[in-house]
Write a protein that binds this ligand. Structure first.
Ligand code: ADP
Ligand code: MG
Length: 143
């Protein structure tokens, strides 16, 4: 299914993330795409909060590639911007995170599109200024 949302502030985008985060289950994978500054990290902060985890230090893991937030269901937050592609992801063993019983949120997920599990939720964020269109494609309703 495909759903579209419009937001006019970072707070609204974060709130959408919070709603999504409340419904996620272990093993869920979300792929986020959109230009630099689109709001991928903002929505991830909301997802983190919605999962009942502390969102206060959620930032793009641009250099570390993945950050882990521990909890009953952990959140693994990726930023694949600096990876050259799928081979790079596999060579670093990062695909193991898909099977660790947490939720994986992947900024720039299209970089590793061919490796994403079949049920991956794809979120695209478009827009400029303070307006964003957020398109969510998922097998099951998640928000
Ligand atoms: N409606 C909106 N939704 C999300 N972010 C917004 C919105 N309007 C303005 N912004 C700003 O856009 C930026 C998004 O940054 P960030 O989430 O780090 O982007 P990305 O991770 O996609 O590079 C922030 O500075 C945020 O304040
Ligand atoms: Mg980011």
């Amino acid at each position: 299914m495909r759903k579209e949302f419009e937001t006019t502030s970072p707070e609204q985008t974060e709130e959408l993330g919070r709603k999504i985060g409340k419904r996620l289950k272990p093993g869920d994978v979300l792929s986020l795409d959109g230009d630099l500054g689109a709001g991928k990290t903002v929505i991830t902060r909301g997802i983190c909060a919605g999962m009942g985890l502390d969102p206060s230090d959620v930032q793009s893991p641009t250099f570390t590639i993945v950050n882990e937030y521990e909890g009953e269901v952990p959140l693994f937050h990726f930023d694949t911007y600096r990876l050259s592609g799928e081979d790079d992801f596999l060579a670093s063993g990062l695909d193991e995170y898909f099977y660790r019983g947490g939720v994986c949120v992947i900024e720039w997920g299209s970089v590793i599109d061919g490796l994403l599990p079949e049920d991956t939720v794809r979120i695209g964020i478009f827009g400029s200024g303070s307006e964003r269109k957020i398109v969510i494609e998922s097998k099951e309703e998640i928000v």
